[in-house]
Design a binder for this molecule. Structure first.
Ligand code: PMP
Length: 376
C-alpha cells in the first residue's frame, strides 16, 4: 500500500504523525534537500517556467538540457550523454534501440525490473545468466557466434542485494567475444569511485564499457536519468530510443538542480566519505550481533527474513521502534528471499545507526531473525 511521508531531512521523515529514522531512501548523499539544488531549481523556474511543454525533438530542448548533458559527459569521461525522464524510461528505451531481431542479450538474473522490461521489449533473444556467474555468461557467448550483435547488460550495484557486478570480468568477456557491455549505475552514480563517477571508475575501466546508464534521482538528489557513451551511440539513441522520442522533456528546473548536484559531487568528496563511514558503522554493528549482511558491499544492506510474513513483522516492529525500513517481498525478489532492505545516507548520525543496531539486536534476541553465519 502507499504510505505518505513528509518533511524529509535526509536522515528522517514524518510518517503517520511520527518522526522516524529513514532507512530506505536512495538519497545517499542527502542532496534532495540541499539549498544549492533548491536555489538552482528556483532560479531556473523564474527563467524557464516549470514544464518543458514538449519533447526534446520538438520544442522542449532548453539550454539547460544541453548543459546538463555536456556536464554528464565530462563527469563520466565519455564523448556524449543523453537525458531520459527516468531510469525506467532509460532502460526500456536503450535496450530495444540497441538490440533487436537477430541479436542476443545476456542479462544478470538479479537485474532491475526496468532492465528486464527493456529486454522483453527488444525483439532480441534474451538469455538470463545466473547472478554474477561468469562461466554462465561465457557459455552463452560461445553459443551466440551466429548473433548479429551481442549485448551484456548488468546492474553496477544490484539494487536488492547491495552487491557489485564483476565488471572487470564482464569487460574481458565482452572484449573477447565482441559483445557490447551496458552497465546500470543507478545506485553507483555519486557513490562509487574516487570521483563518485560510478562502478566504471571504481574498477578503472574507463573507455571499456560501451553504454553507461545512471539516474539523477538517487545520490544526485534530483530526478531523471542519463546514458553516457560514444557520440555515435548518443546520436543513434536520439532518433531510435522510443521513450526519449515520444515523451515530454524534463522540466528545465530539474536539469538546473542536477547540474548543482554534480557540482557538489565533484567539489565535496567528504560527503561520499561520510556515507561510507555510516555504511561501515551499520555493517559492522549488524555483523557483531550475528546478522548476516549477505555479501553487501554498498550502502544497501539487506537483512534476510526468509518468508514474507516474517519480513512484514520485522518491518512493523522496526516502525514501532521509530525506524522506517519496509519489507521487500516476491515478486520484487525471488520466493523465499523476503527481506528488510536498508539503505543509509551521509546524513545519518552515529546515534541513528546505533538505534538501528539495537533495534535489530532486540529483534534477533526475540527470534524474529534467522541466525547469521557461525562466527566461531
Ligand atoms: N535501475 C536500477 C538499478 C534502479 O534501482 C532503479 C530505481 N529503483 C532504476 C533503474 C529506475 O530508475 P528511476 O527511479 O529513475 O526510474
Amino acid at each position: 500500500k502507499l504510505r505518505v511521508t513528509s518533511d524529509p531531512d535526509g536522515s528522517s521523515v514524518m510518517l503517520d504523525g511520527q518522526r522516524v529514522i529513514l532507512l530506505c531512501s536512495n538519497d545517499y548523499l542527502g542532496l534532495a534537500r540541499h539549498p544549492a539544488l533548491e536555489q538552482a531549481a528556483s532560479s531556473a523556474m523564474k527563467q524557464y517556467g516549470f514544464g518543458s511543454g514538449a519533447s526534446r525533438l520538438v520544442s522542449g530542448n532548453s539550454p539547460l538540457h544541453q548543459e546538463l548533458e555536456e556536464r554528464i559527459a565530462l563527469f563520466k569521461g565519455t564523448e556524449a550523454a543523453l537525458l531520459f525522464n527516468s531510469g525506467y524510461a532509460a532502460n526500456t528505451g536503450i535496450i530495444p534501440a540497441v538490440a533487436s531481431t537477430g541479436d542476443v542479450v545476456l542479462s544478470d538474473s538479479l537485474n532491475h525490473a526496468s532492465i528486464i522490461d527493456g529486454c522483453r521489449m527488444s525483439k532480441a533473444q534474451v538469455h538470463v545468466y545466473r547472478h554474477r556467474d561468469m562461466d554462465h555468461v561465457e557459455d552463452y557467448l560461445k553459443n551466440a557466434a551466429y548473433a548479429r550483435r551481442k549485448l551484456i547488460v548488468t546492474d553496477g550495484v544490484f539494487s536488492m542485494d547491495g552487491d557489485i557486478a564483476p565488471l572487470p570480468e564482464l569487460v574481458r568477456l565482452a572484449e573477447q567475444y565482441g559483445a557490447m557491455l551496458m552497465v546500470d549505475d543507478a545506485h553507483a552514480t555519486g557513490v562509487f569511485g574516487r570521483g563518485g563517477k560510478g562502478t566504471v571508475e571504481h574498477f578503472n575501466l574507463e573507455g571499456r564499457v560501451h553504454i553507461q546508464m545512471g539516474t539523477l534521482g538517487k545520490a544526485l538528489g534530483s530526478f531523471g536519468a542519463y546514458v553516457a557513451g560514444s557520440r555515435s551511440l548518443i546520436d543513434y539513441l536520439i532518433n531510435s530510443a522510443r521513450s526519449f522520442i515520444f515523451s515530454t522533456a524534463l522540466p528545465p528546473a530539474l536539469c538546473a538542480a542536477s547540474i548543482a548536484a554534480l557540482d557538489i559531487v565533484e567539489q565535496e568528496p567528504e560527503l561520499r566519505n561520510r556515507l561510507w563511514k555510516v555504511r561501515a558503522r551499520l555493517a559492522e554493528g549488524l555483523t557483531s550481533i550475528g546478522i548476516d549482511t549477505k555479501g553487501s558491499e554498498t550502502p544497501i544492506i539487506t537483512i534476510m527474513t526468509g518468508d514474507a510474513r516474517g519480513a512484514m513483522s520485522v518491518s512493523s516492529l522496526l516502525l514501532e521502534a521509530g525506524i522506517f525500513a519496509p519489507a521487500i517481498r516476491p515478486p520484487t525478489v525471488p520466493e523465499g528471499t523476503s527481506r528488510i532492505r536498508t539503505t543509509v545516507t551521509a546524513l545519518h548520525s552515529a546515534a541513528d545507526i546505533d538505534a538501528v543496531i539495537s533495534a535489530f539486536s532486540r529483534l534477533k534476541q526475540e527470534g524474529y531473525l534467522p541466525d547469521g553465519p557461525d562466527r566461531g
